[in-house]
Design a binder for this molecule. Sequence first.
Ligand SMILES: Nc1ncnc2c1ncn2[C@@H]1O[C@H](COP(=O)(O)OS(=O)(=O)O)[C@@H](OP(=O)(O)O)[C@H]1O
Length: 345
Amino acid sequence: MSQNTSNRSSSSREGHFSSGKNNTYGTFPEGCYVYSKGRLALSRSEVEESLQKLLNCEKRPPKAVILGVKKCGTETLTGLLDLHPYIVTSIYPVSNNGCISLENVAFERSIPLTTSDEIGLLDMVGMQYSPHKVSELLEFISNDTKFILILKDPIERAISDYKHVLVKMNLPKGKDITTSREEHVWGYHRNKEIGPEIVKYFKGYRVAKSFEKSVLNSLGQIDVSNKLIYLGFYYDYVQSIFYQISKERVLILDGQAFIEKPWSVLKQVESFLDVPSFFARKKFQKEGKFFCPIIKERPDSGCLKGKGRNKPRVNKLVLKSLKSFFRPLNELLRDSVGANLSWMQ
Ligand SMILES: Nc1ncnc2c1ncn2[C@@H]1O[C@H](COP(=O)(O)OS(=O)(=O)O)[C@@H](OP(=O)(O)O)[C@H]1O
């Protein structure tokens, strides 16, 4: 849907994005979208065609692909980056079987419109479910496309994912959880036993009434066949990326630092992508546990909906077993990445 923006001109863009890293941004530039109040990066519509022409809006190859692992902050990162005056993001859809299927039409459709001053970023967090498709992805992007991956402590990730799955399944209080080993999903969705579509979506999860029961098997060992656990095997995922893409093209971000000081992580991205510096502490306001971006030119900025849910308190012994379980994997990852993210000890 186009908006009436015919009174705009491209003159306010002049001289803003000329020579990279050390530039700071001036006036908020005109772009190919207008934003309204609502969910970050999703409440936008294209400007009318005449203005698109004037601004030279096109679907240009994305400068970077944002990868990630569920609940590590990928969607939050994408939403915040979209507030940058020279960055436009969009999200590549995950199929309703919970996987990603790479197709020309879907890829073309996902690429955002950008002016020649802006860069486009494509969030493909769904790639985590299909790490073997990294080589396939290379056929869709150019040789210099960069990769951004945000990772959080795998235990924190599992707790966050547990809560997310519980909320999405809408488990009725006091009901026993059904088990279906064949489908490898336990639970209910909206008070009904899980149907085939939902089974696909939650395939691989085993979610019991407590987090502890969910992550331990009947022998009291960490249940490595549970998606809550195996999505935290970041080392394998990162290796599958490094196997095909040189390390210089990949930026791995600390999901914990992103919660504590989002502006510092966003600055890392600005520098990696060579865009003018925009994010700063003063653009955020702390509400509860999180910093919320407040950008006056963007009515869609503010706290992110559906994030920061209250988490269950986890039994100390179970936490200890999870820590010993993930420690060697985190060390492998630290050595392969060559960076020490705050949660990697
Ligand atoms: N500023 C800010 N506001 C809200 N949430 C923040 C923020 N920074 C980081 N996070 C972390 O992001 C976690 C949610 O991850 P996402 O849904 O964005 O990621 S993903 O797309 O599933 O990868 C979310 O996990 P939950 O607390 O479980 O929602 C947070 O740990």
